[in-house]
Design a binder for this molecule. Sequence first.
Ligand SMILES: [Cu+2]
Length: 186
Amino acid sequence: MIRTLSLAALIAGIALPALAQTPPPSAQAGQTPQDPYQAQFVDNEGKTIGRLTLRGGESAVVARIEIQPGILKPGWHGAHFHTVGDCSDTPKFQNSKGHVNHDQSKHGLLNAEGPDEGDLPNIFAAADGSVNAEISTFLIGLRAQDQEPGLLDADGSALVIHANEDDHMSQPIGGAGDRVACAVIK
Ligand SMILES: [Cu+2]
């Protein structure tokens, strides 16, 4: 097709500069490069305890969570995207504010009036406290061009892990308790 167009352009003697600017296939519409976004989890003392890797597409964000042993208590823990990318106020992490768009809908993946756009499945810490999990959401984008709202907006976002399991129903955070780990996404 391009060869035909080039030949036509040559014959007509026009439009060659425009053809020369045709982007390579990898940059054409519908294919945005999705470099993984990496951040670090800190605990209630501000110590680095693990790594967050986010990959975003036009329909989902996939979060890989790796936490080293000895930090979290074994068992299930709530995890949410909070609205502000600030984990500096240890030990409580209140600077990260509430869940993304919690003011517009109720919390809870299983709540008929929810979920809010920060809601995620629980993660599980093994007997030694370590976590290796990959969870996803279809409610939010990583970058604004993927899907609105985007985690990497002007004030960023945070992935917060809570002390207890999220029941995916009760307000405002499913009974998940204190914030025990936090990763800045900004
Ligand atoms: Cu939370």
